[in-house]
Design a protein around this ligand. Sequence first.
Ligand code: PLP
Length: 449
Amino acid sequence: PASSSISAESISELTRDTNYGTWRFQKGWKPLHVVDAEGCWFTDDAGKRYLDMSSQLMCVNLGHKNPRVIESIAEQARELPFMGPAYATNARARLSAKLLELLPAGLEKFFFTTSGTDANEAAFKIARMVTGKNKIISRYRSYHGSTAASIAATGDLRRWAMEPAGKGMGFVFAPETNCYKCPIGHTYPGCNIACADYIDHMIRNEGDVAAVLVEPIVGTNGVLIPPPEYLPKLREICDRHSVLLIADEVMTGWGRTGKWFAVDHWNVKPDILTTAKGITSAYVPLGLCATTKKLADYFEDRYFSHGHTYEAHPITLGPAVATIEEMQRLALVERAAEMEPYLRERLEGLKTKHVSIGDVHGIGLFFAVELVKNRTTKEPFNTMRDKVEGKPLVVDQIAAKMMADGVAQQSWVSHFVIAPPLIVTKEELDFGIDALDRHLAIADALAVQ
Ligand code: PLP
């Protein structure tokens, strides 16, 4: 049809027929036609409202349609919609000043991108150029983005389609930190953080290691919170071997965990921090690779061989300033920390009722509910393999029922990621958790009683 005459009824169909559905089998994709969104809710073309329990892709931290951020997009478009990366602009300077104020101390030099994956690509290139080394150690349960190097650094199932032919060289995987189900068979406390020691072992044996890359709190793969000793110990190991520490805070940054950045919980200073998503509450596409001045100084007399047409795009930077100012005005970082006990209590309450919940873990407004067939063995209902092979997943069946009840809940392999906008109220949390409560019966019926 002519673009001016698309009927409301055909929007979903036309989208499905002409667009790729991401990370899924194309068959069966029926994209919901969304016409509006406000606060923690969005509305479909039939007027039905949905509570956004995972802030879309754990990114709309401010909630939908914040008027000041919307206005900042218009203001920036009127003032200066585009200048190339070689120029200074008001928006670029104002955001840089804000970043100096809020990022962990020592991160003083910035490279702006348009997503999380390209922020990580920049981090890898900088780490490799500065150290003259090639290998990056990342961890199995991780996601770092979809482009060439970031997907090679990714541990989870999304890497597999690129293997073996398309797999970027130079990434080696360490075990993740998971105190509910330790991949190397230990129990915390008493393990002396053997998972960090394993990385020390890898650095010594691999050689040619430029950097260790971690999500300080693993996001999509289960909101895995390391024990308090882990990141300080990893920092010490990296320092001892002159290896850089890269913190991927694409999902954990910007208040999600009750601090501006997840590393702030342990006062760990990475050499490079990458972020995106919440930096603009996802209203405009912005990513950031922030490095120490020491790394940046390397390039004073050497060619900085990296860039994009849209690096430091003004239309992304002005709204980032407005987003951060709104977060400060509404004290949303503090609010995420304040809401944590209530969310924890409600989810722990579900655990006492539902035999299919193996564990609940989280921090701030960032929680995972992990489902298991059997609480003793901790065996999950589904594996990553099941997902790429198109087997029906128990968590997806529950999420579909919740969606029918007006709750959009992210599900992944065998857990749910609960991460509503930071403006969420207790009543809204109740609405979402009650829907989960209602439909966990599906999993309970399949679990060992
Ligand atoms: N790193 C982490 C930890 C993420 O969660 C994501 C996205 O979910 C990315 C990187 C990639 O970000 P983007 O999707 O903006 O490329």
